[in-house]
Write a protein that binds this ligand. Structure first.
Ligand code: ADP
Ligand code: MG
Length: 319
């Protein structure tokens, strides 16, 4: 499991230029269009995006159920495109655990909560574990549900047990696709907090997909997917004021990929009528983006000259 490639500072999840095209009855759907994502070991990240933006497609690939059309994806140092059939089975049993939106899909209906956990363990055939099944139920605060079947549990309890089941084989990565999609607002916030507790206690890298924008209240990093690409990220941090007060600050960033591509927010595009091409100017500490169409521009000539010098320099570098 600890291959030499999986160095301590290597990312747990790394997707580069991930493409997934579904072709059915002659119609092509580009569900992922060159998605880039990096998640560090032990990090907890939320993926948000409108319905149809490619979130489940991404999770299907990371869970080893689906294969990308192009690009690369690795989890825990394992290249998901190169896994053989038996390695894929092994991967799904030991490296990743998942929780689905539909509470009924996570648990076997005729088994109690603790039997569901025991079943997950027996399938994986691992003999030693760091935590017992009752400790896992305790961590998710559902010890009192151990001897109940799913139909005897509330939606929130079912999802907590489902998280415990997903953790039964002590995976490196926990993947959850809309785990709170069928829960009311308060229960949903409780389940997200439970996942945060698990992330903190066990150090398991956690990726939660949701279309609930309030998820960013529960995680340090929220990545937005738009049209099959990662477009923006919201980072939350706690600031300490001189008065001693702590304040949570959330800041939104545009994501820039390895080759320098970024997506401008639609509202910026429309308010400045940006389309097809823009003019870029490099300033000492930032870039300016100007509409590229031939309209009256307030751009000073000196800057234009600087830019052409800049271009010449870049071209020279390329040689
Ligand atoms: P999300 O989870 O963000 O709602 P999905 O990943 O499920 O989005 O879907 C992304 C796009 O891919 C959508 O346009 C969807 O209709 C399409 N899609 C998903 N699964 C399939 C499939 N098996 N066959 C064809 N198209 C699909
Ligand atoms: Mg989905």
């Amino acid at each position: 499991m600890n291959s030499p490639i999986a160095a301590a500072d290597a990312p747990e999840i790394l997707c580069s230029d991930l493409v997934r095209i579904y072709a059915s009855e002659g119609v092509e759907v580009q569900a992922l269009q060159g998605l880039n994502l990096r998640v560090d070991r032990g990090e907890m990240v939320a993926i948000v995006g409108a319905s149809g933006s490619g979130k489940s497609t991404l999770l299907g690939i990371l869970s080893g159920l689906d294969r990308p059309t192009a690009g690369s994806a690795s989890v825990d140092g394992k290249n998901l495109l190169a896994l053989t059939r038996s390695q894929r089975v092994e991967y799904r049993r030991h490296t990743v655990g998942f929780v689905w939106q539909q509470t009924g899909r996570n648990l076997l209906p005729y088994l109690t909560a603790s039997e569901n956990l025991a079943m997950a363990r027996s399938v994986a055939r691992r003999t030693t574990h760091n935590a017992s099944t009752s400790e896992l139920l305790e961590l998710l605060e559902v010890s009192d549900c151990a001897d109940r079947t799913p139909s005897q549990l509330s939606g929130g309890q079912q999802q907590r047990v489902a998280i415990a089941v997903a953790l039964a084989n002590e995976p490196h990565v926990l993947l959850a696709d809309e785990p709170t999609g069928e829960l009311d607002e308060r229960t949903s916030a409780d389940v997200l907090e439970a996942m945060r507790g698990v992330n903190r206690e066990l150090g398991v890298t956690t990726l939660i997909v949701t279309h609930d924008p309030t998820v960013s209240d529960h995680v340090r990093r929220t990545v937005q997917i738009r049209d099959g690409r990662t477009s923006t990220e919201v980072l939350r941090r706690t600031e300490q004021h001189e008065s001693g007060d702590e304040r949570v600050v959330a800041e939104e960033f545009a994501v820039i990929d390895r080759v320098g591509r970024l997506q401008l927010p639609q509202e910026y595009m429309s308010s400045l009528e940006l389309r097809e091409r823009v003019r870029l100017t490099l300033e000492p500490d930032h870039l300016s983006v100007w509409p590229g169409h031939e309209r009256e521009r307030a751009e000073p000539d000196a800057t234009a000259t600087d830019r052409s010098k800049q271009q010449t320099a870049t071209e020279a570098d390329d040689d």
